[in-house]
Design a protein around this ligand. Structure first.
Ligand SMILES: [Zn+2]
Length: 447
């Protein structure tokens, strides 16, 4: 390179740096119009935290937040009035364990997700995730913890697309790539090698250095929670390994969920200080008691028998008994589905809501099922002070059903109305998502 060309290249790169800096420094565009005011008339309004119900309530929404809630509130002039006086209004539902960017199927892969991940690209799966998110929102789920198996960060892309204002969808708390001992949940052949089949479904991390690097990679690429495989391999992670994950994730304020499939693995995860445990395979009474003592959240993913082909009689009995035992031991039980497959005739949201069958079979009182699907879910998702409860200052998300879920949880199968961020997404049982679509990032750029 000549001196002149080197100088030119240096000036060019400095120019690019300045350009990048000015782009990064630009504030989000200001909203030129005054925030709209919406008044929702709620015939009945449920507070799942207390299991109580109030009648004839007015819910005022200003912009994307709740402004005030109460009986006989004055409706400001010019407010848009939404009449839900014939319905029961309640806060949105939470699924604390789903995988929106994977859908395995009977054909062609016989429900074997090894095949799905090698036959479907991340871009295709990201589009599926957008669709699945819309299907979950239509069923009343306004918050989803999206726990990995999402290709090359399709979950981050989904969260960004929703938060920036391109498409409607639930609030996503995404895990990025699941971190585990080599192979993750897969057992690759030597020919395929870990990097060819395992990545990006799993991020190999066997040593302390690799564990730290893997956690940082996920945080760099937009994860909001860290997911590890505690015991997907017989050697698994030690308590010390898990403590390292928890402390590294904690540097960015992230919590850790452990997939555990053995009693020993679950115990190590609880002792290592994880925030939540996925799946009930390792959750015996001793672990349930330990979780209750430490406040660990349970995302048991208890599949109902009614999802034919995805549960066995023996598995269902075990799930029901484990869930019942967790409830009796006062564990922080959340509603979690692991719904990552196609059930013909059902939307992803309808598959997710089907899991109430296991909760009913376990004899969990209806108000406690609702609490798991809302209040405890908000705490697990760490949104309880920003989104979830119908409370002034919080994001204006609510749903409405004709029945009363405190009397029959099946009422949640008929979500007629959904509002997300103060915008109506579904009314009279029909999705009306037009106001959510924009030709640009109206909420600014999101990392
Ligand atoms: Zn899962």
């Amino acid at each position: 390179m000549t001196k002149t060309r080197a100088a030119l290249a240096a000036r060019l790169s400095m120019g690019l740096l300045l350009l990048a800096a000015s782009v990064a420094a630009q504030p989000a565009p200001a909203t030129p119009v005054a925030p709209r005011i919406v008044a929702v008339r709620a015939g009945r309004l449920i507070d799942p935290a207390t299991g109580s119900i109030a009648t004839d309530q007015i819910i005022l929404v200003k912009g994307n937040r709740f402004e005030a809630i109460g009986r006989g509130l004055a409706i400001p002039s010019g407010a848009e009035v939404i009449d839900l006086s014939g319905l029961t209004v309640l806060p949105g539902l939470v699924d604390t364990h789903n995988h929106l960017a994977i859908t395995y199927k009977e054909f062609p892969e016989r429900n074997n997700y090894y095949i799905t991940v090698v036959t479907e690209s991340t871009p295709l799966r990201a589009i599926q995730a957008a669709s699945n998110g819309i299907q979950m929102l239509a069923a009343g789920f306004t918050i989803i913890r999206d726990m990995g198996n999402n290709g090359n960060y399709a979950d981050t892309a989904l969260r960004q697309a929703i938060e920036e204002g391109w498409i409607p969808g639930p609030q996503i708390i995404n895990a990025g790539i699941i971190i585990g001992s080599a192979g993750g949940q897969f057992w690759p052949t030597p020919e395929m090698g870990a990097r060819h089949v395992v990545y990006p479904e799993y991020l190999d991390a066997d040593t302390p250095d690799e564990i730290v690097k893997a956690v940082r990679q996920n945080m760099l690429y937009g994860a909001k929670v860290i997911k590890i495989c505690a015991d997907c391999k017989p050697w698994g992670y030690s308590v010390e390994d898990i403590k390292l994950v928890v402390s590294e994730a904690g540097k960015a304020g992230l919590k850790v969920e452990a997939h555990a499939q053995t009693v020993d693995g679950a115990r190590r995860a609880i002792e290592g200080g994880v925030w939540s445990i996925a799946h009930d395979l390792g959750l015996d009474e001793a672990n349930n008691k330990l979780m209750a003592k430490r406040g660990t959240f349970r995302a048991g993913t208890e599949t109902p028998l009614s999802l034919t082909g995805h549960q066995t009689e023996a598995g269902f009995k075990r799930d029901v008994a484990s869930l019942r035992n967790a409830w009796e031991n006062k564990v922080n039980i959340t509603y979690s589905t692991d719904a990552d497959y196609y059930v013909p005739g059902k939307t992803r949201g309808e598959v997710a809501i089907e899991f109430i069958e296991t909760w009913k079979a376990a004899g969990i009182p209806t108000r406690d099922i609702l609490k798991a699907m809302t209040t405890t879910g908000y705490r697990c998702a760490q949104t309880e002070t920003t989104r979830g409860p119908i409370k002034s200052g919080l994001a204006a998300d609510l749903i409405a059903v004709p029945g009363n879920p405190l009397e029959s949880i099946d009422a949640l199968r008929d979500v007629q109305f959904v509002m997300k961020d103060g915008v109506v997404f579904k009314q009279k049982g029909v999705m009306t998502p037009g106001a959510f679509f924009h030709g640009g990032p109206v909420n600014g750029l999101v990392r």
